[in-house]
Write a protein that binds this ligand. Sequence first.
Ligand code: A2P
Length: 280
Amino acid sequence: MGIQSNMLKLADGNKIPQEGFGLYKITDQVTMNNSIQAAYQNCYRLFDTAQLYGNEKEVGQAFKNLSISRENIFVTTKVSEANQGYQSTIDSVKKSLKKLQMDYVDLLLVHWPIQRAFFDTWRAFEDLKKDGLTKSIGVSNFQIIHLQYLTTQANEMPVVNQIELHPRLTQKPMLKYDQEHQIITQAWSPLGRGVVLDIPELKSIAKQHNKSTAQIILRWHLQNGVSFIPKSVHPERIKQNADIYDFELSTDEMNQIDALNQYLRTGREPELTYENNHQY
Ligand code: A2P
């Protein structure tokens, strides 16, 4: 198995590549073209953007420049806090699609839970799916409490929950909840934005397998059964991050990595974002 054939099944019947490519912080057109080209050449098929990244136009343009056909890729975008609410969600997704030069996205995510528009936004998501503007609907940065709250009014539950997840924030109870409720967990910052790459225990495991620490971490995500979206602007790293299908971590090594958890976030605390209605 390699990156391209490695798909997970979603609860709505659609499929999602287990490993994808993050586009966070890639903004200029040249870097966007080069990064997407390197990722596509290395057989990544999932590309993850967001309204908040401010790069949907450049993402759409890169696919056009590279003549990559729509059916060969899986595209995710996310609705920002400012655009949440029933009608504003719908309007903003139409704008996103225009920027992406696409008729639909494969996956639409609520970027952060916020109290102001919690149920209205989700109702818009259900309608956007019905209207074919997105194939699947999901959430991001939701905790167990937010998913439980959503069940009280949702007609359809999210099929993906994209959360911050890496060896310093292993989120085992969240993973268990998602799994028990047929929700695919997807890791953002799967490499902890680079801050976990120098952990001695990971370096030692990497040496054993003749791999980099980044490859060890990504292999840990893979064997955990979660989807993950590493980001890099360097072609050799993009290649390296897809080269994780020719070795296996032992149960003991998986347990060693699990034990690195420190509940260390590089991003925002979801509960405070929920309360404030925006990222603080
Ligand atoms: P760069 O884009 O300069 O390669 P995350 O996906 O957890 O947000 O982490 C992304 C960060 O890790 C980026 O800063 C990226 O930098 C860096 N990175 C990505 N892949 C690798 C790798 N294989 N080795 C080292 N650093 C990496």
